[in-house]
Design a protein around this ligand. Structure first.
Ligand code: SF4
Length: 455
């Protein structure tokens, strides 16, 4: 989980990535190898992991260097122009090296997958001919079919499943029907589809049996999940009953689908984490309506009151956008006021940039860049101060922490972990395997990180 206010990053919070930890290259030297470069949100991370699992079932293994890979996969993000520019630069770099590489008997392959692949399709291949395959985000829901189409039906070696991490992402629904005016997601990920609850439960039981202890259920709009009358609270209750899963998280919730039943379900199930990522975007009703967000600032305020009444210890995090077309200084001040009042634990904060094909792209992008940046900086300053205050207020409290793994920082050894909300914690002077739940006392806050010691 991201531990502090952040500008310019996708709104889903990051958890540790699943990565195979097999370092012995000799062991793998006869097996085909893949290198992943993943941009964007947790859904992309989950899609890369699913594709890695499918490749591993055919005998592929992941390598940490692109030079060593027979196949390079770049998973792309389209949410902002900057994200596409970064992915494009990396793809061009891989393409140039690929042409120069004389290292492989078979030519190195380069696949571009995800949201930018969906948005640009074959246009990508026209501009970078060294790309071997362009695979859009909706196709990634079925990784086996992707491999069948692009690698054929054969296996390349014995299955080599990657070691599970203690914390994994699991998409329970894909796509979005909301068409917020600024957002490209409905165009590149298609309409909402929910995975059958029985399939989710069976898959998560298997992951728990393999050693996964925490799962983050993903969806662009996860709380609009539905399977034959079973809504998201019902799904959460079923997942919370799975033996071995100590913690269940979910991302991202839309305020229009955030119900009292959902919050009460969290309160009644200890395994459900006390963290709601509830993007508000703006504090002005006129801007919210232009954004097509389907709620008012007061409706959002009443949701916050309901959540704090039922779950007083929950971390509430958000996304905020400044400089939407025609946003006045007063309307920006309404966003600042709402952020001040809401006391979000952390926030992802952005300056608006138009995305081709969206409704907002038809509006004049009339807020000068320097004004957007100045508003963004004021918002970041406010949120940073709030986060700092919230973190400092934790000192002296006792927290239940899930251990993710060891960490060395300035010569000192820590365990890195997370509380039941979204706060990252470093634990001093202890050893424990990943997945352990332990209780420790917060002794210090360094702004965006908490330091704890065993009670
Ligand atoms: S809810 Fe709005 S912002 Fe979120 S993915 Fe859907 S369209 Fe985009």
């Amino acid at each position: 989980m991201t531990s502090g206010p952040s500008a310019g990053k996708a709104g889903l919070c990051a958890a540790p990535r699943l990565r195979p930890q097999r370092g012995d290259m000799n062991y793998f030297c006869s097996m085909p190898s893949v290198y992943f470069q993943t941009f964007g949100c947790q859904m992309n991370t989950a899609d890369s992991n699913s594709l890695l699992h499918a490749l591993a079932n055919r005998g592929w293994h992941e390598v940490s260097s692109p030079e060593a890979a027979a196949l390079i996969i770049v998973n792309t993000c389209s949410v902002r122009e900057h994200a596409e520019a970064r992915a494009r630069a990396r793809i061009a770099e891989f393409a140039a090296k690929k042409r120069r590489s004389a290292r492989y008997p078979d030519p190195q392959r380069l696949w571009v997958i995800g949201c930018m692949a969906e948005r640009l399709g074959e246009r990508l291949r026209e501009s970078i001919p060294a790309i071997d395959a362009v695979i859009g985000a909706p196709e990634l829901a079925d990784p086996e079919a992707v491999l069948m189409r692009h690698l054929g039906g054969h296996e390349d070696g014995p299955a080599a499943p990657p070691e599970p991490e203690v914390s994994e992402f699991f998409p329970v629904m894909r796509g979005c029907n909301n068409f917020c005016a600024y957002c490209i997601v409905p165009f590149v990920r298609g309409p909402e589809t929910s995975v059958k609850a029985d399939r989710i439960v069976a898959a998560l039981k298997a992951r728990a049996a393999a050693g996964v202890r925490e799962v983050t259920l993903l969806g662009q709009n996860v709380n609009s999940y539905g399977d034959n009358g079973l809504g998201f609270p019902g799904l959460l209750r079923r997942v919370a009953a799975i033996d071995g899963l100590s913690r269940i998280r979910f991302l991202t919730s839309h305020p229009k689908d955030c119900t009292e039943e959902l919050i009460s379900t969290i309160a009644e199930n200890a395994g459900l984490c006390r963290h709601l990522h509830l993007p508000v975007q703006a504090g002005s009703d006129r801007i919210l309506s232009l954004m097509n967000r389907k709620y008012t600032a007061d409706r959002y305020r009443s949701l916050l009151s309901m959540i704090r009444r039922i779950l007083p210890d929950a971390d509430i995090t958000t996304d905020l956008m400044v400089g939407f077309p025609s946003e006045t200084e007063e309307e920006f001040a309404a966003t600042l006021a709402l952020a001040r009042e809401a006391r979000f634990t952390t926030a992802f904060m952005f300056a608006y940039s138009a995305r081709e094909g969206t409704a907002a792209a038809k509006l004049e992008d009339d807020i000068p860049r320097d004004v957007k940046i100045e508003r963004l900086n004021r918002l970041i300053a406010l949120q940073t101060a709030t986060t700092r205050e919230i973190y400092e207020s934790m000192v002296g409290q006792t927290k239940e922490i899930m251990v993710y793994g060891p960490l060395k920082k300035r010569g000192e050894s820590f365990l890195r972990g997370q509380d039941r909300g979204c706060k990252r914690i470093l634990i001093r002077g202890l050893e424990a395997p990943p997945g352990t739940l332990l209780t420790a006392r917060i002794v210090r806050s360094s702004g965006m990180t908490l330091i704890a010691e065993r009670k």
